[in-house]
Design a binder for this molecule. Structure first.
Ligand code: NAD
Length: 260
C-alpha cells in the first residue's frame, strides 16, 4: 500500500461501476493510489475507460482494466462482478456508482424515463452488490460495499422526482444489506454527494444564472464540488480502519443539506 496514507484499504481488489469518468473514476483513482488493483466499468464505447485503465497502471503501478457492462441488465451486472472477481483474484471493495440523472418536471416524466432511472440507479446497485456479497460470503474474508447515493436520497428536488426516488431506494438497500451482511464481515455504507460538477450536470454547472443563486442561498461552502472532494470519503469507507462504520452515509455537499 502507498506510503503517506493513514488509511489502509480493506483489500487489494476493487470494482467501481460507471467509472470511465466523473465520481466513479475518482473513486477508482483514490484506491489505485492506495495500492489497489482496479476494474473499471463502462456501459457503451470503451475507448475512454481503457485509456483511464492504462493511465492508472502507469501512474500508480497497480493492475487495472476496463469491463463493458450495463448495470441495468441483471445478467450483465452479475457477470461484471464475477469477471472482476476472477481478474482481481478476489473482490474486496465494490463501489456502486453507475447512475443517470435527466432533469424532468414531474408531469413530463415518461414511463421510459421513470424505468430507466430505477433500473440503472437502484436495480443496478442491487444486482452488483448482491452478486458481490454472494462472492464475499462464499470466500469468507469479508468486504466493503459502498453505494453512491445523493443528497437527493434524503429529500426530493424539483425536476428530480424520478431520480430522487431511485436514490432514496438505494439508501434503504444500503441499510438492509448493512444489517444482514455485517455478520459476514461485509460492511455496507453510502457516499451522498451534493452538487458535484461532472458530465451529469455539465450544462447547468456552467450556467451562472443557475449556479449563482444556488450558491448564495443553498451552499455554505460557496462553490460547486468536484469529484476530488469525494476521494477521502471513499477511502475511509473502503478502509480496514473503518471496521465499525456500517449502514452509514457520508454526505459530501459543502453543507447544502445541513440547512432547514
Ligand atoms: P457521470 O455522468 O460523469 O458518471 C456516471 C457514470 O455512470 C458514467 O461513467 C456512465 O457511463 C455510467 N453509467 C451510466 N449508466 C450506466 C449503466 N447502465 N451501466 C454502467 N455504467 C453506467 O456523473 P457523476 O456525477 O460522476 O455520477 C456518478 C454517480 O454520482 C451517479 O450515481 C450519480 O447519481 C451520483 N451523484 C452525482 C451528483 C453530482 O452532482 N454529480 C450528485 C449526487 C449523486
Amino acid at each position: 500500500m502507498s506510503q503517506g496514507s493513514p488509511l489502509i484499504p480493506f483489500g487489494r481488489g476493487v470494482l467501481v461501476t460507471g467509472s470511465e469518468r466523473g465520481i466513479g473514476l475518482e473513486a477508482a483513482r483514490v484506491f489505485a493510489k492506495a495500492g489497489c488493483d482496479i476494474v473499471l466499468n463502462y456501459p457503451g464505447q470503451g475507448d475512454c475507460a481503457e485509456r483511464e485503465a492504462s493511465g492508472i497502471m502507469a501512474e500508480f503501478g497497480v493492475k487495472a482494466c476496463a469491463l463493458k457492462a450495463d448495470v441495468a441488465v441483471p445478467d450483465q451486472a452479475r457477470k461484471l462482478v464475477q469477471d472482476a472477481d476472477s481478474l482481481l483474484g478476489g473482490l474486496d471493495i465494490v463501489v456502486c456508482n453507475a447512475g443517470i440523472c435527466r432533469f424532468l418536471s414531474f408531469l413530463e416524466i415518461s414511463d421510459e424515463e421513470w424505468n430507466a432511472h430505477i433500473a440503472t440507479n437502484l436495480n443496478g446497485s442491487f444486482y452488483v452488490s448482491q452478486e458481490a456479497a454472494k462472492i464475499m460470503v462464499k470466500r469468507g474474508s469479508g468486504g466493503r460495499i459502498i453505494l453512491v447515493t445523493s443528497v437527493g436520497s434524503f429529500r426530493s428536488n424539483p425536476t428530480q422526482t424520478h431520480y430522487c426516488t431511485s436514490k432514496g431506494g438505494q439508501n434503504l438497500l444500503m441499510q438492509g444489506m448493512a444489517l444482514e451482511l455485517a455478520p459476514h464481515g461485509i460492511l455496507v455504507n453510502a457516499v451522498a454527494p451534493g452538487w458535484i460538477h461532472t458530465d451529469i450536470n455539465d450544462a447547468s454547472s456552467k450556467d451562472p444564472a443557475v449556479t449563482e443563486p444556488w450558491l448564495s442561498t443553498h451552499c455554505p461552502a460557496g462553490r460547486l464540488g468536484s469529484p476530488s472532494d469525494l476521494g477521502s470519503a471513499f477511502l475511509l469507507l473502503g478502509s480496514r480502519d473503518a471496521g465499525y462504520i456500517n449502514g452509514s452515509t457520508i454526505t459530501v455537499d459543502g453543507g447544502w443539506s445541513a440547512q432547514l
